[in-house]
Design a protein around this ligand. Structure first.
Ligand SMILES: NC(=O)c1ccc[n+]([C@@H]2O[C@H](COP(=O)([O-])OP(=O)(O)OC[C@H]3O[C@@H](n4cnc5c(N)ncnc54)[C@H](O)[C@@H]3O)[C@@H](O)[C@H]2O)c1
Length: 422
C-alpha cells in the first residue's frame, strides 16, 4: 500500500477489531490519518493503518464502510491465518487487541517477523510467555509495549506525583473495585468467555497501577470468586473475583491491596463501569471514583441504557470542540499516540547511527515496556492458577512470588509439595 506523501511513515497493523478497537484505536488511527504526527525531534510523519486481522473480517468491513474518508485504504485479513497474512503486509508496528488469552501467539509472530508491537492489557498470561516475547524483542531490537491506559488517567498521574514527591508517604493498604455491566460477559465477549474471569480482564488495570505507582516487591497472591451467572456455579467461568496482593518495600514494611471485579453488574447501572479506589498511607488517604468525577446527566427515554448517567469524559469522550470540530479524545487515545511517538523517535529522531541509543532510551520506559510487566504478569498468572485449582475443587490456594522454590509457586491447602509455576 502506498502512502501519498513524501513524509516518513510508520505503517500500522491491527490484530483484533472488537470493542477496544472501536473505543480507542479507531479514534487514534483516524486522528493520525487526518493530522499526521509531529514532534520537533522527528518532524512530520504519517501513521497509516495499512492492514488489519480479525476472526471473521465482518467488523473490518463494516468499519471501512462507516469510516469512509476518515481512514485510508487498508487490507483486511480474516480466519485462521489472518496474523500471518498481516505479517506479509509488512507493517512497521502492529497493535494486538485480541482476547486476553490470544495475545501471546499474535505478538510472537509479529515480533519474529521484525514488527514492533503494542499489546492490550493484560500483556500475556504467564511469565514464560513474557520471557519469550521479551527475548525476541531484545534480540531484534524491537519495541514490545503494553497498553495500560489508567496510568495516563490524570487522577492516577496526580496520585503517582504525590507519592513520588513524598507528599503521600508509605502506602499501607488499599482497595480497588471495577465492575463491568452484564452485557460485557453476556454478549460482547460471548465468543471467548468460557473459562475466563473478570480479574485478568480488568483487575489487571489496578495491579499495574499499584505496581507502577508504589513500586515494591510482590510477595503473595490470594484470590477467590463467584460463579453461577455467566456459567455453571461449579464451572471454570467466573462472574466476579476478589484478589489480594501483598507487597514488601525496601524498608521491610508491607502493604496489602484488595481488588474486586465483576462483569455481571446490571446493564441499567448509571455508568458503563464502576471504578473506585482507596489507598491509605502513613500520613494520608487517597479516595478516587472514576465514575463520579462530577457529571450526572439524565435524558428521558435514553439513560441509563442507551446513554449513561455518569460519563467518563476523560477516557475517550466524543466532543464538539469549541472551534466546530468533532473529536474523540482522552487518555485512552493518548496512550496509543504516545507509543507511536516513541517508535517514531527511535526510527526518525536523529542520525541512524544513534538509533540504538534511542531504542534503549524508549525500551527503558517502564510504564509500558513488556520487560517491566513482570510483577503484573506474575499476579495475573497467580490469579489464573488459583482460580483454576478452585474450579477443579481445590479452593484457597496461595501463590508466592520470589519463593525459595521458584519465581512463582502455588501452595495448595493440605498438599505438602507446592506447584512451581515459574
Ligand atoms: N484498555 C481497556 O480498557 C480495554 C477495554 C476492553 C478490552 N481491552 C482488551 O482488549 C482486548 C480485546 O478486547 P475487546 O473488548 O476488543 O474484545 P472483542 O471480543 O470485542 O474483540 C476481539 C477481536 O479479536 C479478534 N480475534 C479473536 N481471535 C483472534 C485471532 N486468533 N486472530 C485474530 N483476531 C482475533 C476478533 O475477531 C475481534 O475482532 C482484550 O485483551 C481486552 O482485555 C482493553
Amino acid at each position: 500500500m502506498t502512502v501519498s506523501s513524501n513524509r516518513p511513515s510508520l505503517r500500522a497493523g491491527m490484530v483484533g477489531m472488537g470493542m477496544i478497537f472501536d473505543e480507542t484505536y479507531r479514534p487514534f488511527f483516524e486522528r493520525v490519518h487526518r493530522e499526521g504526527l509531529f514532534d520537533h525531534r522527528f518532524g512530520a510523519i504519517d501513521v497509516p493503518l495499512t492492514a488489519v486481522a480479525s476472526k471473521t473480517g465482518q467488523r473490518a468491513d463494516s468499519y471501512r464502510q462507516v469510516a469512509g474518508s476518515k481512514i485510508g485504504p487498508f487490507a483486511s485479513f480474516s480466519g485462521e491465518h489472518s496474523v500471518e497474512q498481516l505479517v506479509s503486509a509488512a507493517p512497521d508496528f502492529a497493535c494486538v487487541a485480541t482476547p486476553d488469552n490470544r495475545h501471546f501467539d499474535a505478538a510472537k509472530r509479529l515480533l519474529e517477523a521484525g514488527i514492533h508491537v503494542l499489546i492490550e492489557k493484560p500483556s500475556v498470561l504467564s511469565l514464560r510467555e513474557l520471557d519469550e516475547l521479551t527475548a525476541i524483542a531484545r534480540s531484534k531490537r524491537l519495541l514490545a509495549k503494553v497498553v495500560y491506559h489508567k496510568l495516563l488517567d490524570p487522577d492516577h498521574k496526580k496520585l503517582r506525583t504525590l507519592v513520588a514527591d513524598n507528599v503521600l508517604r508509605h502506602v499501607n493498604h488499599g482497595y480497588c473495585s471495577l465492575l463491568e455491566p452484564k452485557q460485557v460477559s453476556g454478549s460482547q465477549f460471548a465468543e471467548w468467555i468460557t473459562g475466563r474471569n473478570p480479574g485478568t480482564y480488568v483487575a489487571v488495570h489496578y495491579i499495574k497501577l499499584i505496581d507502577f505507582t508504589f513500586g515494591g516487591r510482590l510477595k503473595t497472591v490470594t484470590a477467590t470468586g463467584q460463579r453461577g451467572i455467566v456459567g455453571p456455579k461449579d464451572g471454570p467461568t467466573w462472574d466476579s473475583t476478589q484478589l489480594r496482593l501483598i507487597y514488601e518495600y525496601d524498608d521491610g514494611r508491607e502493604a496489602a491491596f484488595d481488588i474486586h471485579t465483576s462483569w455481571v453488574t446490571p446493564d441499567n447501572f448509571p455508568g458503563y463501569v464502576e471504578q473506585e479506589v482507596q489507598f491509605r498511607f502513613d500520613n494520608g488517604v487517597w479516595n478516587g471514583h472514576s465514575r463520579k468525577r462530577g457529571v450526572e446527566c439524565t435524558v428521558e427515554g435514553e439513560t441509563p441504557i442507551a446513554r449513561k448517567i455518569t460519563m467518563n469524559n476523560h477516557y475517550n469522550g466524543t466532543f464538539l470542540e469549541p472551534w466546530g470540530e468533532r473529536t474523540q479524545r482522552g487518555y485512552g487515545v493518548e496512550v496509543l499516540e504516545r507509543f507511536a511517538r516513541e517508535l517514531a523517535y527511535v526510527k526518525f529522531g536523529g542520525p541512524a547511527s544513534e538509533e540504538s541509543q534511542r531504542y534503549v532510551e524508549m525500551q527503558q520506559l517502564d510504564y509500558n515496556d513488556l520487560s517491566a510487566d513482570r510483577q503484573t504478569v506474575a499476579a495475573v498468572q497467580g490469579l489464573e492458577a488459583i482460580l483454576e485449582c478452585h474450579a477443579a475443587g481445590e479452593p484457597d490456594c496461595v501463590a508466592r512470588v520470589g519463593d525459595p522454590r521458584g519465581e512463582l509457586v502455588l501452595y495448595r491447602p493440605g498438599i505438602s509439595t507446592p506447584m512451581v509455576l515459574n
